[in-house]
Design a protein around this ligand. Structure first.
Ligand code: GTQ
Ligand code: FE2
Length: 356
C-alpha cells in the first residue's frame, strides 16, 4: 500500500504513531531533566576519534607583522599579557588550538613588564624571536633565547620583562581548556609588579638536570623543577643522535623533555619533544590521540596530513595536527621541530593510543 490513511497512521505500532509517541515521551521526561541515551549514544561512543579541529599553520611572517601592530594598540601592562590567540580554524571563538590546549604568541617590547601573577593553568613558552627578554618563574630569572623551552607549572608565580632593545616574541601553550573542562580555574595577582628573584639564570637546570639532585630530595614530583631547557643544551644532543643514526622513521632524532626527578613528563597535563630531521628525511605515517602543536626552530619543509591541506613550515612557524589524523614530515633541509601535546594527561587517564 503506497499511501497510509489517517486511521492507519494513528494506528498503534505504525511508524508515525511510534515517532509521535516517542517525541511526546521525550518531552515528558525532559521536564524531569532526563533524556533518552539511545538518541545520542552514537555521538558519545564513536568507533574512532572524531574532531572538528583542523590542521592549520600560522606563518611567522604574518604573526610577527600583526603582533607588532598590537604593540601600538595596547601596552603589555594594560593587556596583562599581550598575546594573539592562535585559534583553530575549525573552532573559531573558543580560544583553543586543540580541544585541550590554548596556544598564543606573546610580545614584550623593550622596557615593558608583564606583571607577576599565578594560576592553576600550566604554561610553557617556546622562544621564537628577539633577545634580551626574560621570564621570572618561582624566583628564577631566565633569559629567553630562540629555541628555549620554558616551564611555568601550575600555581607558579611568573612575570616577564624586556630590558633589552629588541621586541621579544614567543609561543605560549597553556592547558586552560583542560583546567576549564574540570571547572577548576583559580588565579591571583600580587601586590608587587615583579617577584623578587633569588636564583640566578640557569640555576634549576644546573641544580636538577646535571646527573645529581639536591640530597634528600623526594623522587615523586609530578612536575619538573627545571625552569628553562635551553636550546643551546638540547641542540648538541640532537646532533649526537643524528651522528649515531638514532633516527625514528616517524619522529626523526627526537628527545622528550623529561622531569629529571623521575623521568616523567615535564608536567601532568602537557608533554613536549624536540626533534631533528636530517637532510633527505622522508617520514613514515603516524597518528595518535593527542593533537600536536609544532613549532619550527630550524629549517623548512612540509607536513602532509591525510585528508587535509599540506602544511608548509619554516623557522618560527607554528602548526597543529588534530587527534588521530595521519601525518608525515618531509623536511626540505635539515630541520628542527619542537612539539607539545596533552599526551601525559591522556596517558595518566589510560586513554592514549598511537597508530600508523
Ligand atoms: O604569560 O602568563 O598566553 O597567563 C595566556 C595566559 C600567557 C602568561 C598566555 C597567561 C600567559
Ligand atoms: Fe600567566
Amino acid at each position: 500500500m503506497a499511501v497510509a490513511t489517517a486511521a492507519e497512521q494513528a494506528a498503534p505500532g505504525s511508524k508515525h504513531n511510534i515517532e509521535g509517541s516517542r517525541q511526546a515521551y521525550y518531552d515528558k521526561i525532559a521536564k524531569f531533566h532526563m533524556a533518552p541515551l539511545w538518541e545520542v549514544l552514537k555521538g558519545l561512543v564513536t568507533p574512532e576519534p572524531k574532531t572538528k579541529y583542523k590542521a592549520a599553520v600560522w606563518k611567522f611572517a604574518d604573526v610577527k607583522r600583526l603582533i607588532l601592530e598590537a604593540g601600538g594598540v595596547i601596552s603589555a601592562e594594560e593587556a596583562e599579557r599581550r598575546v594573539l590567540v592562535l585559534e583553530n580554524p575549525g573552532m573559531p571563538g573558543k580560544s583553543r588550538v586543540t580541544n585541550s590546549l590554548f596556544a598564543g604568541v606573546q610580545l614584550i617590547l623593550p622596557g615593558e613588564v608583564a606583571e607577576v601573577h599565578r594560576h592553576s593553568a600550566s604554561a610553557i613558552r617556546f622562544m621564537l624571536e628577539g633577545e634580551g627578554a626574560y621570564t621570572a618563574v618561582e624566583g628564577e630569572k631566565s633569559q629567553m633565547r630562540h629555541g628555549d623551552f620554558i616551564i611555568t607549572a601550575n600555581w607558579a608565580p611568573h612575570d616577564h620583562g624586556n630590558p633589552g632593545n629588541q621586541p621579544a616574541m614567543w609561543l605560549d601553550v597553556l592547558d586552560m581548556p583542560t583546567v576549564n573542562h574540570f571547572e577548576a580555574s583559580f588565579s591571583e595577582h600580587f601586590d608587587e609588579k615583579m617577584q623578587k628573584t633569588n636564583h640566578e639564570d640557569g640555576d634549576s637546570f644546573e641544580r636538577f638536570a646535571s646527573g645529581v639532585l639536591p640530597d634528600g630530595m623526594p623522587a615523586t614530583a609530578n612536575r619538573t623543577p627545571v625552569i628553562n631547557y635551553p636550546y643551546s643544551k638540547m641542540r648538541p644532543i640532537l646532533e649526537r643522535l643524528k651522528n649515531t643514526g638514532d633516527i625514528d622513521k616517524r619522529h626523526g632524532a627526537r628527545v622528550r623533555y623529561a622531569n629529571p626527578i623521575n623521568g616523567g613528563p615535564v608536567m601532568p597535563t602537557m608533554g613536549a619533544y624536540i626533534a631533528l630531521f636530517p637532510k633527505g628525511f622522508k617520514g613514515e605515517n603516524y597518528r595518535s590521540t593527542d593533537g600536536m602543536v609544532f613549532a619550527c626552530a630550524e629549517g623548512h619543509g612540509k607536513t602532509i596530513v591525510e585528508g587535509e591541506d599540506t602544511i608548509e613550515w619554516g623557522v618560527n612557524d607554528v602548526f597543529v595536527i588534530p587527534p588521530w589524523k595521519r601525518y608525515h614530515h618531509e623536511p626540505s633541509e635539515e630541520s628542527v621541530l619542537f612539539s607539545i601535546s596533552d599526551r601525559p594527561a591522556q596517558e595518566a587517564l589510560g586513554i592514549w593510543r598511537e597508530g600508523n
